[in-house]
Design a protein around this ligand. Structure first.
Ligand code: ZN
Length: 167
């Protein structure tokens, strides 16, 4: 949509940044690349917060994260019991930053918000035990006859159903 703004290199900023934004573009940010790590979060809390089967996050040091635009458009929800703070764009609703009290130097950002590479592949899975049984986990798919572009998971045979679902 629009090119990331050129950012002056100040202090310890690395030469490469990954830029991201919410759906409406009111909130824009960047991190220095590479990020610390990336993972798939299957927890019920993240699932609800995003309205999706699971969330893929990129974790960045807070010192390597910069909010470029939209401070006033960010709403925050603090879950005191869980020790987490989730923010989202108050204009378009995009989930933004996920901060955890137990890791105060980190800010976790949904991977889809970045338009380019972040320097880390999501190779880790957290809270897989909380994954819902309806989540797609790579089961074989076949084209659905009469519906171009639609793939579906064929019903399992009785034999495989007996062995149970996931985990
Ligand atoms: Zn927005």
């Amino acid at each position: 949509m629009r090119k990331p703004a050129a950012t002056p290199r100040i202090g310890k900023a690395s030469a490469v940044q990954a830029a991201g934004q919410c759906v409406c573009g009111a909130v824009r940010f960047e991190i220095d690349v590479p990020a610390v790590w990336a993972w798939h979060d299957h927890s019920a809390a993240s699932r609800r917060a995003h309205g999706s089967a699971y969330v893929t996050y990129v974790g960045s040091w807070r010192s390597r994260f910069r909010l470029l635009e939209g401070e006033g458009s960010i709403s925050r929800f603090e879950d005191a019991e869980a020790g987490t703070t989730r923010s989202f764009c108050s204009r378009c609703g995009t989930p933004l930053f996920y901060e955890r009290r137990r890791a105060p130097k980190m800010v976790n950002i949904p991977r889809p918000l970045f338009s380019g590479r972040t320097g880390r592949e999501p190779r880790y899975h957290l809270a897989l035990g909380e994954a819902p049984d309806w989540a797609y986990l790579g089961e074989p798919l076949a084209p659905l006859k009469g519906y171009p572009g639609v793939m579906w998971e064929r019903p399992r045979r009785k034999k495989s159903r007996e062995t149970g679902g996931l985990v």
